[in-house]
Design a binder for this molecule. Sequence first.
Ligand code: SF4
Length: 431
Amino acid sequence: MNSTAAEKDNGKIELSEEEESFAALGGDEETTLSTLSFPPSNLANYSRKEKSSSISPRTLQFIRMHYPAVPLDDWNDWRWQIRNSITAIDELRQLIPLREDEIHVLSTERDCLPFRITPYHASLVHPEDSHDPLRRILIPDVREFNRSAGEAEDPLNEDEMSPVPGIVHRYPDRVLFLTTDFCASNCRYCTRSRMVGRDEHCFTPKNWELAFDYIRSHTEIRDVLLSGGDPLTLTDETLEYLLSKVREIPHVEIIRIGTRIPVVLPQRITPKLMRIFRKHHPLWMNIHFSHPRELTQETSIALNRLADTGIPLGSQTVLLKGINDDADILRELFLGLVKNRVRPYYLYQCDPILGSEHFRTPVDTGIEIISKLRGYNSGLAIPQYVIDAPGGGGKIPLQPDFLIDKGGGMVRLRNFKGGVSYYPDTSAPDT
Ligand code: SF4
């Protein structure tokens, strides 16, 4: 059994067969050209094959400029993307002009979340904008090395709540199963910055066996969330193995997968992977989105493929200062997700990991955004705003206050326009 991420196969994997290719069921030309996220400047330069290859025009331009010798079949192969991910400053500065402070951070040896981006994900960054939101998510910032009150390496206390390696058991009936420490692209605000990309070899088949034993011996566990790192960076064979082992435990009712792969490496969502998923229903998926610009042609194909496989899709978004802390940006993201059959599930207040102050907004910002969305987005396109309580207290929902007061058999309510309504409250009779 192969237990490692595709990158670690180091070129030994065969080139993709057609049935394993992202483009195998990719959008036809009409779909590709009618749902562009970025208007192409000159599609006439591209061949018909390129135009219909499930690659968005902006990304095609990026390939032409930076990867002209790479066949599109390779570009569409998720293993090629991982093997060719950008991890070094010299590679990065050829793609994106870097500021002096970024060069300084990237050239200094520090104990922090490693820098890593897939070529596809890099193609979404606007290189001319030194404060581009997607760039801020990916490129290290000198402020990561500041320390502020209340920050911690493991703010959710996951390590303390881990009875065996890889399992976090916080809620009575469900567990988090951390399957790998590897992600395709690393997010600078990651809650698990302490472990992602560290290659500390805790996620071994031997430790997975301990995790299976733990789940097996705790009959109250009905819901297992595979996370990491990103579990979809594991090979098909490894995922098949993990899903089969969890599915054969009789009291496990549902399996969930937490992933950012459809955003940073949509090429991973292949027909072959869908055949594996189909065998393990009920399977749910929560996908981490940060910005509406992440909803590209490629991501749309991946999401629709997952939805067609019968997987209910939810999203989770971390509220990030200067990146998405704006009602219009989040409205666009949430409406775009619903169009792609993804239900916005959680809007997270950013966890106070070490060096996260430049990402964290005041809590009032989140409440105000939800207040602005209410009534203007359908309820289907409004996630629950939550703080994951520091110390491991679990998710705590935060809501704008629509209840003004109650008494005299009535509740007084404020609607989304600020109008006041009264509701006869049978549970609070007039006294
Ligand atoms: S994809 Fe998730 S686990 Fe990976 S770096 Fe980003 S936030 Fe962390």
